[in-house]
Design a protein around this ligand. Sequence first.
Ligand code: ZN
Length: 309
Amino acid sequence: MPELPEVEALVRFLDERATGHVVVAADLASIVALKTFSPPLSALVGGTVTGAARHGKWLDLAVRPGASAGSTSSTSGVPDGDLHLVFHLARAGWLRWSEDAPTTPVRPTSSRGGVRAVLALRVRFEDGSGIDLTEAGTRKRLAVHLVHDPDEVPAIATLGVEPLGPDFTRERLAELLGARNQQLKGVLRDQRLIAGIGNAYSDEILHAARTSPFRLTRSLDAEDVAHLHDAVRDVLTEAVATSSGRPAAELKDAKRRGMRVHGRTGEACPVCGDVVREVSFADRSLQYCATCQTGGQVLADRRMSKLLK
Ligand SMILES: [Zn+2]
């Protein structure tokens, strides 16, 4: 799943490639992907892309409606201004940019799908280029909204602090941790508290902060909070620097290569050489280094102990 650094890279890429282009088609292949019905996707046609932005793990393509669409909206009482095509790639969604987007009619894709990525939405521009939103897997979670204001999407309106923004101070983090007594791993991934961090980067941040994923938020003293704050900034800043400027097609590999513990069960920790361990849950797993993060204590994991027997 793309997290803040990959989404930031995709947004910068889109902002550079798509801004100024006119939308000539916006075709939905997966009915379930589109979560809004008014305005319709056809309202994008004839409009000009004015830029791309990121809200947590959401991408936002802003489009200024064409002249005819603009006059319609003013008579129907709909607020003027840009339309926002906002989308969340979820676990198995992806964005593909093409210099030469297919002009063949978009066919509805089977909602059952499979391992192979299938088309959900195609947006084409006047110069022949275009964007495909695709999704693999059987559980379709990719979400596309067409709105006048990104805050119309509840998951965007309720996003927590932007971890690379000026509001994410040590004091803000201390306040946020002190307001609850929960495991750090869950708090870092909670989009309503801090926006943009998911399962992979929370593992990396906790490893960099040398802290257990299960540590309770209120057990951190001021120094621990400072370490965690530095780790959030450092891990995300480094990942953004690594990702940005890369074409969309290379981002997944770049993310995987940059991971020190996430997804590296059984490999050596690059800091201390201990083996990277895993705790698995029903639908995901976390990785950590016992020497670096838990004072050598191995966290309980039923599946892992079965495998090691
Ligand atoms: Zn280690």
